[in-house]
Write a protein that binds this ligand. Structure first.
Ligand code: ADP
Length: 183
């Protein structure tokens, strides 16, 4: 069963596609955004800490998200496959993931970039209307993406190879291309 990292800007459709892939391959979708939003909702200490960063569109501290990922990847459900959505989001997180996977005797099979132009992203997120989908916060998330997450493209091109899929197409087309990239 596959082990997949899905990269791409906020609003690229990673969450939607990851959910469908998870169903198709019967593997867990591990989304740091979902895990953080659940913690915010439950008002756990971690959620309270994370909220201030999320409200501004900044990255939550690495130690917090790495802890969440560690817990998920160690679970029985993730033993033979998984799909990561929204993690890693910077080069240090990618390093921590590598260390964790080495420890678990696992490796990532595919890194797939879902590419969507900025204008389309802003439109999509404004329509979505989540709490952090205000225009100023969206703009900041894009800046953070360019500065911190985009370097992962070169990182994974070197480390594992990376495939790019045009996310600016109807969702079912994107899904079909993702499936053939996963193989
Ligand atoms: P989007 O893809 O629209 O940015 P996410 O659900 O992936 O939405 O993330 C929402 C917010 O959660 C981010 O803006 C950030 O504050 C936080 N977050 C999610 N994943 C991470 C991560 N890997 N590292 C740090 N912060 C994260």
């Amino acid at each position: 069963m596959p082990r997949i990292i899905l990269l791409g800007p906020p609003g690229a459709g990673k969450g939607t596609q990851a959910a469908q892939l998870a169903e198709a391959y019967d593997i867990p979708k591990i989304s740091t955004g979902d895990l953080l939003r659940a913690a915010v909702k439950a008002q756990t200490p971690l959620g309270v800490e994370a909220k201030s960063y999320m409200d501004k569109g900044d990255l939550v501290p690495d130690t917090v998200v790495i802890g969440l990922i560690e817990e998920q990847l160690q679970s029985e459900a993730a033993h033979s496959g998984w799909i990561l959505d929204g993690f890693p989001r910077n080069v240090p997180q990618a390093g921590s993931l590598k260390t964790l996977l080495d420890k678990l005797g696992q490796s990532c099979d595919r890194v797939i970039l879902l590419d969507v132009p900025d204008d389309e992203i802003v439109q999509r997120m404004l329509q979505r209307g989540r709490a952090d989908d205000r225009e100023d916060v969206i703009r900041n998330r894009l800046v953070v993406y360019r500065q911190q997450t985009e370097p992962l493209i070169a990182h994974y091109q070197q480390e594992t190879g990376l495939e790019t899929i045009d996310g600016n197409q109807p969702p079912e087309k994107v899904f079909a291309q993702l499936k053939s990239a996963v193989g």
